[in-house]
Ligand binder design. Structure first.
Ligand SMILES: NC(=O)c1ccc[n+]([C@@H]2O[C@H](COP(=O)([O-])OP(=O)(O)OC[C@H]3O[C@@H](n4cnc5c(N)ncnc54)[C@H](O)[C@@H]3O)[C@@H](O)[C@H]2O)c1
Length: 352
């Protein structure tokens, strides 16, 4: 089925639009909405533009509202869209606290629309290869992993009014940037049990964090370290996942570390040819946003799965635990319960 779409926010929304345009049988973008109308016009190329979100919500042919707004606007706009029985695609972080997550889940329950959080790093050849190896039981248990989100951001990047602020971005590098690699980790190793973290602001003069050192104990016993900075020379992301029977190494592409083939090295050389055969047989899926949107279409048609609300909640629980550990100096257990002191937000109290 072909679905009508309204994109709200013409920043990363421009990349969503590019992906929709590669899927004309699945989606037709009907609206680009942005308060900055020139920015909307700049990408619209004939699609209707508006400054008013209500134009999208009142359009009976607009089935999907794609929210590409700063994080503090995700919850209210998603709830309005669900109240209009629209399906919601929403950029990360889906919302900015676990109490907001409760509100979104409540709105989702009473709507005929559904919510699809964006985690497009999952869509790519490297992750398909890893999934194939996992499905065949060729990896064994995860043992240790190192993750790097080493990117570069400067004053230009923060020149938006919302980035780097507790009020707008609602967090720093562990919310906005490392959220993707942590999602990939849980796809590979399963749920996280315990979190210890130290955060710092060392690169730019912002309110929120831009560096982190994080130690994760996974439920399966694996130990993981995640290093995050926005002050690296250039941008790269890297995952090195050591399983019992093989080691998986991602590509370094910062914003699509799973797009290309990964390197899989068997621990026992006699297993390498079997691993190579499985890796070679993994067919290249649509990558990034196009892959994510294909998953959404399949999920809506009942023929596949996309990112779930539960997975977005898990990502917010991890963020909550990271800030709590940094603030208290104590390890934090997951999942986060509703009586946790940061359940209503990891931000300073005046910004919750
Ligand atoms: N998945 C990814 O890889 C990825 C990459 C970049 C950004 N993001 C996420 O996308 C979201 C947007 O980030 P961005 O970099 O595009 O930000 P941006 O500031 O470049 O763009 C946001 C746009 O929203 C518009 N806007 C703000 N309030 C509005 C309103 N009430 N109505 C209509 N338009 C409004 C602004 O005018 C602006 O053009 C953030 O949540 C960010 O974390 C995700």
């Amino acid at each position: 089925m072909r679905r009508g779409v309204g994109i709200i926010g013409a920043g990363i929304g421009a990349e969503h639009l590019t992906a929709y345009r590669t899927l004309p049988a699945l989606f037709q973008v009907r609206w680009i909405c942005d308060l900055d109308l020139d920015r909307a016009v700049g990408i619209a190329d004939g699609i209707a533009v508006t400054r008013n979100i209500s134009d999208l919500l009142e359009d009976p042919h607009c089935d999907v509202i794609d929210i590409c707004l700063p994080p503090h606007l995700h919850l209210p706009v998603a709830c309005d869209a669900l109240a209009a029985n629209k399906t919601v695609i929403c950029e990360k972080p889906l919302v900015t606290s676990l109490i907001e997550m409760d509100k979104l889940e409540a709105a989702d329950k009473i709507s005929t629309g559904r919510v699809f959080p964006v985690f497009q790093y999952r869509n790519g050849l490297g992750m398909s290869q890893l999934r194939a190896l996992l499905a065949l039981g060729l990896t064994g248990n995860g043992q240790v992993a190192t993750l790097e989100t080493h990117w570069s951001r400067d004053a230009d990047y923060y020149n938006t009014g919302w980035r780097g602020t507790w009020g707008g971005e609602r967090g720093g590098a562990v919310v906005t940037h490392a959220i993707h690699i942590h999602d990939l980790l849980t796809q590979a190793f399963g749920p996280i049990a315990t979190v210890q973290a130290r955060l710092a602001t060392r690169v730019n003069p912002i309110e929120t964090d831009d560096c982190a050192a994080i130690l994760l104990n996974m439920q399966n016993g694996a130990l993981v370290t995640s290093s995050v900075t926005l002050g690296a020379a250039g941008d790269h992301s890297r995952l090195r996942l050591v399983f019992e029977h093989l080691t998986a190494e991602s590509d370094l592409a910062a914003y699509a570390p799973a797009a290309k083939s990964w390197r899989f090295t068997a621990r026992r050389p006699e297993m390498q040819s079997r691993v190579n055969a499985v890796v070679a047989a993994a067919s290249p899926p649509p990558v990034g946003f196009a892959g994510f949107l294909t998953d959404v279409s399949n999920a809506l048609d009942g023929t596949g799965q996309a990112v779930t609300l539960q997975e977005a909640r898990a990502s917010l629980e991890l963020i909550t635990a990271i800030y709590a550990s940094d603030q208290t100096g104590c390890p934090q257990n997951l999942p986060i319960q509703s009586d946790h002191p940061l359940y209503d937000g990891w931000q300073p109290k005046e910004h919750r």
